[in-house]
Design a binder for this molecule. Structure first.
Ligand SMILES: *[C@@H]1O[C@H](CO)[C@@H](O)[C@H](O)[C@H]1NC(C)=O
Ligand SMILES: *[C@@H]1O[C@H](CO)[C@@H](O)[C@H](O)[C@H]1NC(C)=O
Length: 404
């Protein structure tokens, strides 16, 4: 009996050792395997490594010395750097808090004059400097003086000549109906403007188009003061949706960018930029009116990396990617909701689309816009909330609205 029991115990011991090692082996095998299949820890790319400090083929000219310089897309603040000199018409700026900028061609001088007159009227309590970037169209002294007169003697005005170049290496556009200058404009506002030396003089820039008109019944509170006092980094007035054709491929390179930098889509990005089944909502800030901290698109390393990635891709020229979707994607991803605002305390019209200030409805809105309906053949579209489409644009009321 004892021997039997003994044999049994030893057999039991053996099988126990065997099964224990088997279990142990399986356990380790699973553990080892799972370690292999588990996603490895994400190592973000250094955003600065993606930025190429090349001498761009674009150029700008100093309005005092007449000297031409090659643009650089990487701005580096240098000690003892000579201040950019500007030939101010009317009067020199009293404050360098903000500058209003246009990129204009001579054929649009009529609408530019309306735009300037509206600015001058609405900012009459606190005139702000205006700078017109151009490719030589506004070099003539008489033209410059006439625009200075439109603004009035209290508003500083300057002209900055720039030169786009015929870059033969650039990708050929898919959409033939746009003139070559249109693509340059997209690139100018996407990443070139903030690295122009004029911008180093100012804290904020306010971009308008020649056919951008602000309007209201009386002078408005200064937008730059509001930006500064409320610590806003970026402000706009209208939102829209982009044409799918002009955003071709942008969604996937943005996701590539997120992956490269180990970023999860932010809440604002998911709510405003993501549509059904993770598709692109195409909702855009209508960036033809935009006020931004100059530093935002120039010094923020991740934003800079994104803009350079976009530029190198060539999609601006190939598909006519606009600065609107390019900026909207990155702003929603990286800038806190409280630092972005929609200005709704005055009216704004861009070409044939307009919005009145919050609370100005019906005939009051009509009375304000009537003088601006200058195209007899044009149909004008009123967006009561400043959003197109009115229902279902996820950007519409997402950011805080300033109505005063
Ligand atoms: C670009 O090309 C156009 C027409 O081909 C020409 O008139 C213009 O001078 C060129 N500009 C530069 C900067 O080479
Ligand atoms: C603009 O942004 C920079 C960098 O984030 C910040 O240091 C600066 O204070 C901002 N300027 C204003 C006027 O808010």
């Amino acid at each position: 009996m004892r021997r039997v029991r003994n044999r049994c115990t030893s057999r039991f011991r053996c099988s126990c050792i065997v099964s224990c090692s088997l279990i142990g082996f399986i356990f380790f095998a699973i553990k080892f395997n799972s370690k292999q299949t588990q996603p490895s820890v994400c190592v973000p790319k250094n955003p600065d490594n993606e930025v190429i400090d090349r001498q761009d083929e674009w150029q700008y000219k100093n309005s005092v010395t007449g000297q031409w310089y090659h643009w650089r897309t990487l701005y580096i603040e240098q000690k003892n750097q000579a201040e950019w000199r500007v030939n101010w018409l009317n009067v020199a700026p009293e404050s360098y808090l903000g500058v209003i900028v246009y990129l204009a061609v001579y054929s649009e001088i009529q609408s530019l004059k309306i735009s300037l007159a509206q600015l001058s009227r609405l900012l009459s309590n606190n005139p702000r400097p205006v700078v017109i970037f151009h490719e030589g169209d506004f070099s003539d002294n008489d033209i410059q003086q006439s625009l200075a007169q439109t603004l009035g003697i209290r508003t500083p005005l300057a002209f900055e000549q720039i030169k786009f170049s015929n870059n033969s290496f650039r990708t050929k556009p898919v959409h033939r109906r746009f003139p070559p200058k249109y693509f340059h404009m997209c690139r100018f506002f996407t990443l070139m403007l903030p690295s122009h030396p004029l911008l180093t003089l100012f804290s904020f820039y306010w971009r308008l188009d020649t056919h951008s008109y602000i309007f209201g019944r009386k002078p408005i509170e200064d937008p730059f003061d509001i930006m500064q006092n409320r610590k806003i980094q970026y402000a706009f007035t209208m939102v829209n949706v982009d044409d799918e054709l002009h955003a071709y491929g942008l969604w996937s390179i943005f996701h590539e960018f997120l992956k490269d930098h180990c970023l999860e889509p932010s809440t604002a990005f998911r709510i405003t930029q993501t549509g059904w089944f993770d598709s692109y909502s195409l909702a855009i800030i209508f960036t033809n009116f935009a006020i931004a901290n100059v530093s935002l698109f120039r010094d923020h390393s991740l934003i800079r990396a994104w803009l350079h990635k976009v530029d190198l891709n060539g999609g601006i020229y190939r598909h006519r990617w606009g600065d609107a979707p390019i900026h909207t994607l990155i702003l929603t991803q990286l800038i806190p909701r409280t630092q972005v605002a929609r200005f709704r305390y005055f009216g704004y019209m861009h070409r044939n689309e307009y919005v009145c200030a919050t609370g100005i409805n019906g005939r009051f809105c009509k009375a304000q816009t009537k003088p601006l309906f200058t195209g007899p053949e044009t149909s004008y579209y009123y967006h009561p909330a400043g959003c197109n489409p009115h229902d279902g644009n996820p950007l519409c009321h997402y950011y805080p609205e300033i109505t005063l």
